[in-house]
Design a protein around this ligand. Structure first.
Ligand code: KIV
Length: 257
């Protein structure tokens, strides 16, 4: 709870950094910089080539989260509840409890507003910390991914959903692909922080899929900026290994028993 309060307290003071992690080694580096480490169900497309996050299972989320837990020491660890694991109050609570018990994460994230508000309220009533997610909702999106907030109806729905989630007690809301002016308005009206992904600089924090920003995952999504070409460095290391093995330079005496 102290960690969650710290995240909320950052609103209007300093930007919140949220990054995805799917395993220990990355998590331990990410943890040095992130306020929130998110085990996102984006792991379905990034690691398993699933065509949608709907294919990600509870067991997959739990196994990756257990690994991430080993690397996360200081940041708030949030785990995505996969598709169809929070359809009713009872299933939402038993699955959230399972995730928290097995992974020792600090909170769960659910996609949606009014449609799942009953489940969100029920989780919070049962002391499960919840992060919201509005805008583009990959678990239920149909067809090509599009930005949100482009019509008066979408704008009204986004604002209503954000207010509903805040009232229900979520500690923060991810805004995915929300039009700049709407993300700005939501961020201004809420007392809890918004974490943007493709939703402008006006959000209280930003999240990206770490594999995307490091250039490990080929993607042409508009909001993804490649901050490093990590593939280049991985290849460099691998090539050196191959060269030294083939030229019998490795393993020298120093590396042999
Ligand atoms: O699944 C995920 O990684 C996410 C973030 C991109 C917000 O939900």
């Amino acid at each position: 709870m102290i960690k969650i309060k710290k995240i909320i307290d950052k609103k209007n003071k300093s930007k919140i950094i949220c990054l995805t992690a799917y395993s220990k080694n990355f998590a331990s580096e990410i943890d040095k910089y992130a306020d929130i480490t998110l085990v996102g169900d984006s792991l379905g497309s990034v690691l398993y080539n699933y065509s949608t996050t709907r294919e990600v299972t509870l067991d997959e989320m739990i196994n990756h989260s257990k690994s991430v837990r080993l690397g996360v020491k200081k940041s708030l660890m949030v785990v995505d509840m996969p598709f169809k694991t929070y359809e009713t109050n009872i299933s939402a609570l038993s699955n959230a409890k399972k995730i928290i018990k097995e992974t020792k994460c600090d909170a769960v994230k659910l996609e949606g507003g009014k449609k799942i508000i009953k489940q969100i309220k029920f989780l919070i009533k049962n002391k499960i910390p919840v992060m919201g997610h509005l805008g583009l909702l990959p678990q239920t999106a149909k067809g090509k991914f599009k930005s949100k907030g482009n019509t008066p109806k979408e704008k009204k729905q986004l604002l209503n959903d954000a207010m509903l989630l805040q009232k229900a007690g979520v500690f923060s809301i991810v805004l995915e692909c929300v039009k700049t002016s709407i993300a700005k308005e939501i961020t201004k009206y809420l007392n809890i922080p918004t974490i943007g992904i493709g939703s402008s600089v006006y959000c209280d924090g930003q999240v990206l899929v770490t594999d995307d920003l490091l250039g490990l995952n080929e993607t042409k999504i508009k909001f993804v900026k490649k901050f490093l070409n990590l593939k280049k460095y991985v290849n460099l290391g691998l090539k050196k290994f191959v060269y030294e093995v083939k030229s019998k330079k490795y393993p020298s005496k120093k590396y042999s028993y």
